[in-house]
Design a protein around this ligand. Structure first.
Ligand code: PEP
Ligand code: MN
Length: 349
C-alpha cells in the first residue's frame, strides 16, 4: 500500500507508522517529497489493514495496490473459472453462454411452470429459474410458496432435464434447498448479508450472486470473496442493474460495462439479467444481446405462462410465445458471436 501523509504531518507521525509497519514485517520505503511524505509499504495487509493505517494522525490517504478480493481476483487465478454440472453443462471460460429462464415466483400452478420449462427446454435453455422465497419490498406482496415451490421446480426439472435455480433468503433453509435445486441464488437485497454469504460458502452448491442495488463493483467482488473464503469457489456473478437517478422508463440501470470490467479483474463467470436490469419486456432482447457482446457467460430471463396474472414481476416477464421468438433470435445471435469469437482467438494464436 501507499500511504500519503498530510502536508503538515510531523516526523513523529511518520515514524510511528514506519515502526508499526516494520514491526509487522512490512518492507517500507519512505519518500520525502517537497510537500508530502509518501510511504511505500509491502507486506501482509491482513496483519495491518489500510483502514487501520488511515486512522493514524497525519495520514491523508492510503492507496491499495493489490485488490482486496484475493480469491476472486485474476491476480490469484489467471484462467477463467468454469463451473461444471453433473449433466455436462458448463458456465464460464470459452463455453457457449447459457440461458436461465422461468417465472419470478413459482406459483401454485405446476402446469403453468411445466409449460414454461417445456418451452425453455425446446429453445435450448439449460436452467429453469423460479423463486420459492421472495424478497419483496412490501410485506403485503406475495412472499413465495417455500418448499412447495422447490418441489415443483424439482418435478419440472425431472420432467425436462433442466437444471434449477432458486433464491435462498435464510441460512436455516440451506440444507432443505440443497436437496431440491442445483444452484442457489443470492438476490440483490442480500448481497451484503454476510452471514448468508458465509453459510452458502460452507456448502459446495454453485451460487449465483446478484449485484446489489447500490453495490460498487469492488463491493460486489468482496461479497463473492466472502463465499469463496469459506471454501465454495463455485460462484457465478450476475449483473442485474443498479439504482440511479432516472427510473422513469427503466426499473434499474443495467451496467453493461461492469461485465468486461469484472472479466478484467476477476476469473469468476458472470451472467446478465436484463429482466430485473430494465423491468421492461421490450428491453430484454437488446440488453441480453448487449450483455453477450461484452462477454457475459449467460443470460437470466423471466418468463411466465400468464404474465398478466403473475404474482410478481409480470410486467417484465415474457409470455411464452414472445419468449420463443426472443430466444430464437438470441440463439442465432449467440451462435454467430461464439463463432466469431472462436475465429478471432484462432487468428490470434
Ligand atoms: C429474482 O431473480 O427474482 C430477483 C428477486 O432478483 P434480484 O435479487 O436481482 O432483484
Ligand atoms: Mn423477479
Amino acid at each position: 500500500m501507499i500511504i500519503i501523509m498530510e502536508r503538515n504531518a510531523t516526523k513523529a507521525n511518520v515514524d510511528k507508522i514506519l515502526d508499526l509497519l516494520k514491526e509487522n514485517g512490512f518492507q517500507v520505503r519512505c519518500n520525502q517529497g517537497e510537500v508530502h511524505t509518501v510511504i511505500d509499504a509491502l507486506g501482509d495487509k491482513t496483519t495491518i489493514t489500510p483502514g487501520r493505517i488511515s486512522a493514524f494522525e497525519g495520514v491523508k490517504e492510503v492507496k491499495v495496490i493489490r485488490e482486496p478480493f484475493r480469491l476472486a481476483s485474476r491476480d490469484s487465478h489467471e484462467d477463467d473459472t468454469v463451473i461444471e454440472f453433473s449433466n455436462g453443462v458448463k458456465i464460464g471460460g470459452a463455453n457457449k453462454p447459457v440461458a436461465m429462464v422461468g417465472p419470478c415466483s413459482v406459483e401454485d400452478d405446476y402446469d403453468g411452470l411445466l409449460e414454461v420449462a417445456t418451452a425453455a427446454k425446446e429453445m435450448g435453455c439449460q436452467f429453469l429459474r423460479g423463486g420459492a422465497f421472495k424478497p419483496r419490498t412490501s410485506p403485503y406482496d406475495f412472499q413465495g410458496h417455500g418448499e412447495k415451490a422447490l418441489k415443483f421446480l424439482k418435478q419440472a426439472s425431472e420432467a425436462t432435464g433442466l437444471l434449477t435455480v432458486s433464491e435462498i433468503m435464510d441460512a436455516s433453509d440451506l440444507d432443505m434447498m440443497c436437496e431440491y435445486i442445483d444452484v442457489l441464488q443470492i438476490g440483490a437485497r442480500n448481497v451484503q448479508n454476510f452471514k448468508l454469504l458465509q453459510a452458502v460458502g460452507k456448502c459446495n452448491k454453485p451460487v449465483i450472486l446478484k449485484r446489489g442495488l447500490a453495490s460498487t463493483i469492488r463491493e460486489f467482488l468482496l461479497a463473492a470473496e466472502h463465499i469463496m473464503y469459506q471454501g465454495n469457489h463455485n460462484v457465478i456473478l450476475c449483473e442485474r442493474g443498479i439504482r440511479s437517478f432516472d427510473s422513469a422508463f427503466t426499473r434499474n440501470v443495467m451496467d453493461i460495462a461492469s461485465i468486461p470490467v469484472i472479466k478484467k479483474y476477476s476469473h469468476l463467470p458472470i451472467i446478465v439479467d436484463p429482466s430485473h436490469g430494465t423491468g421492461q419486456r421490450y428491453l430484454i432482447e437488446p440488453l441480453a444481446k448487449a450483455g453477450l457482446v461484452v462477454g457475459a457467460d449467460g443470460i437470466m430471463i423471466e418468463v411466465h405462462h400468464d404474465p398478466e396474472n403473475a404474482l410478481s414481476d409480470g410486467k417484465q416477464s415474457l409470455p411464452i410465445p414472445m419468449f420463443k421468438e426472443v430466444m430464437k433470435r438470441l440463439n442465432q445471435f449467440n451462435n454467430r458471436l461464439h463463432y466469431e469469437k472462436n475465429c478471432l482467438s484462432a487468428n490470434v494464436e
